[in-house]
Design a protein around this ligand. Structure first.
Ligand SMILES: Nc1ncnc2c1ncn2[C@@H]1O[C@H](COP(=O)(O)OP(=O)(O)OP(=O)(O)O)[C@@H](O)[C@H]1O
Length: 286
């Protein structure tokens, strides 16, 4: 492992605090009326890596989409750094470069090289001219270990490289918050390890707040400062597990007693909710 480092919420980490207060989301209230989130509250400090775990279909992506400004909320309020994104009088947040999203299915333009993909955002927003944007994109890709492939097209590099490039693309505008919705879901264990190292190194450079949805409990403990376990639908915060394992964390960390104890604590909470989700599904089928 390279210089994956140190601080949790270091001195530079003052931006990107997310406050989710009493948020409820009902899809299609006049029709199918699906309550995905119910009176859910959570606080995420600026510069924190916050992992969200819970059963399938419980409402995790709904929360992420509300923070990103893709979906409205029905009640409650979401703030970033004390400024209301959505809440009373504004049911949907504006989308903005201060909150960048990376999903599990890649979203790079296949007809552009990696460096062109990364440079695209600041160029079209007019934040940088083409030369500046290409230069910054090349530097950031090199920092992420992709210096040799910046001129390759997404189809010419591995899925792991593409995903790292997507994260660089999300970070080029220096967002306050990085929203990750199961970005490594389809990857094999070894590729995931590389992704985790790379993400932690990126985090050390940027101290961006990370809101990360996963079903992989080991990933949640390995990466997170906190793991927020949420209930089966409708989503509420069930339990917060503080991951008080010092950084840097290496793969030996995963066999430590502290790691296994935290894993077991998260597993127990998630399992309870998974059983409820399964029973609810069986009732619906009956
Ligand atoms: N546009 C929509 N209209 C109606 N129901 C929806 C809509 N989008 C999501 N849902 C429902 O809301 C619930 C929560 O969905 P969401 O995608 O937030 O869950 P999730 O926890 O992210 O799931 P997964 O872990 O499987 O990705 C699900 O029951 C889903 O079917």
């Amino acid at each position: 492992m390279t210089k994956q480092n140190a601080s949790k919420n270091g001195a530079a980490a003052t931006k990107g605090a997310i406050s989710i207060r009493n948020v409820t989301k009902i899809y299609d209230p006049e029709g199918v009326n699906v309550k995905a989130v119910d009176n859910c509250s959570m606080e995420i400090a600026g510069g924190e890596i916050c992992m969200i775990v819970g059963p399938s279909g419980c409402g995790k992506s709904t929360l992420l989409n509300a923070i990103a400004g893709f979906h409205s909320i029905t009640e409650g309020q979401i703030d970033v750094d004390g400024e209301m994104l959505c809440g009373p009088g504004r049911e949907k947040a504006d989308q903005g470069a201060d909150r960048m999203v990376v999903f599990q299915n890649g979203a790079l333009f296949p007809w552009k090289t990696l460096v062109e993909n990364v440079a695209y955002g600041p160029m079209v927003q007019g934040a940088l001219n083409k030369a500046q944007a290409m230069d910054k994109a090349g530097t950031m890709l090199a920092e992420a270990g992709l210096g040799d492939v910046i001129k390759k097209f997404p189809g010419e590099v591995s899925s792991g490289m593409s995903r790292r490039a997507e994260i660089v693309r999300a970070l080029i505008n220096d967002p306050k918050v990085l929203l990750l919705d199961e970005p490594y879901r389809a990857m094999d264990a070894l590729t995931k390890q590389i992704m985790h190292e790379s993400l932690l190194e990126t985090y050390d450079r940027t101290k961006v707040t990370i809101f990360f949805i996963t079903h992989d409990l080991e990933e949640a403990i390995f990466l997170g400062d906190k793991a927020h376990v949420v209930t089966t639908r409708p989503c509420q915060l069930k339990k917060t597990v503080e991951v008080n394992i010092p950084r840097p964390r290496s793969y030996e960390t995963q066999s430590s007693e502290a790691f296994r104890a935290l894993l077991s604590e998260v597993n127990e909470a998630v399992h309870e909710e998974a059983v409820k989700a399964f029973q609810a599904g069986e009732r619906e089928m009956a």
